[in-house]
Write a new protein. Structure first.
Length: 295
């Protein structure tokens, strides 16, 4: 979706992932961004982030600091907004955007900092999400328990936001995008106040260094394709499929993802039991960390 929106002539999508509110916002929480020295350090922290260097983005610190002087009040998020405005100005686009997985959980702070922001929220079959993450990250991928929990909470958030008619929230199923790219992207453009441009489907904004998948057969494709839809049928272990469907089945059904009948052998049942046990330990650790943070 980043590449689609970034191929619009009015939109400057950052060429990569940049977790401003999710990571830097948490790291700088509590700092007084009204102080010039804090603003300067934060701007430098953003511009020196490795993701900036990898994307080949170089912005002027002084230009960003000068633009902040016009703000009546400055918060941490205000600095992020001005960094991205400078990026849009540099590339000659009127609007800007960021892709960052899990940013939906920071939406309240984002909307406080940028009331006119819009969230384009991509929903995908969680079984395919697990397969994709493992192909991309290998052993560094999250455990199936945490991936399933994140998917369920993320999908629920998107469903509740759209159900209440939140104009700032545009939820899109990945499978619908693949099935009819022009129709889905046209609807997204209408929600964002953009004119649909057919060249958006050519993904011209994708950086040459960005790999979309860990699958060597598709990682460098530059089109919208359906090869990754239902990949879990052939690539996900029965025990993992069963775990995901048990833990996220209700939310999956609300998004049109049907459960797949699974027959578990003895080894599969042992693997499923191990995942359940690891989930119990993971949740216990989360509770302890939460208690430590509030105690």
């Amino acid at each position: 979706m980043r590449d689609i929106l970034g191929s619009h002539p009015e939109v400057a999508m950052f060429p990569g992932e940049l977790p401003l509110w999710r990571v830097l916002g948490a790291e700088w929480a509590g700092r007084d961004a009204s102080r010039p020295e804090v603003q300067q350090r934060l701007v430098r922290a953003v511009l020196e982030d490795p993701r900036m260097r990898r994307a080949g983005v170089a912005l002027e610190v002084e230009a960003i600091l000068a633009s902040l002087c016009a703000e009546p009040t400055v918060a941490i998020g205000t600095v992020f907004v001005h960094v991205m405005r400078e990026y849009a100005r540099q590339v000659g686009r009127a609007r800007w955007g960021l892709k960052d997985p899990l940013t939906e959980f920071c939406v309240e702070q984002i909307l406080a900092d940028l009331p006119r922001a819009a969230i384009v929220h991509m929903i995908r079959d969680p079984r395919d999400v697990v397969v994709s993450q493992r192909m991309m990250w290998g052993r560094r991928a999250r455990h199936v328990a945490s991936m399933t929990d994140l998917w369920r909470r993320s999908a629920e958030l998107a469903r509740l936001r759209t159900a209440r008619g939140d104009a700032a929230w545009v939820a899109v199923r990945y499978e619908d995008l693949v099935a009819d790219p022009a129709a889905v992207v046209s609807k997204i453009c209408a929600a964002l106040g953009l004119a649909f441009r057919p060249q958006m489907l050519e993904l011209s904004a994708r950086p040459s260094w960005w790999a979309i998948s860990g699958d060597p057969g598709v990682r460098h494709r530059r089109d919208i394709f359906g090869a990754a839809v239902a990949r879990h049928v052939r690539a996900l272990a029965p025990a993992d499929t069963c775990f995901i469907q048990r833990r996220a089945g209700e939310e999956m059904a609300r998004w049109g993802y049907a459960p797949r009948p699974i027959r578990l052998g003895a080894r599969d049942r042992a693997r499923l039991a191990l995942s359940v046990g690891q989930e119990v330990a993971w949740r216990a650790i989360r509770r302890l960390r939460g208690a430590g943070a509030t105690g």
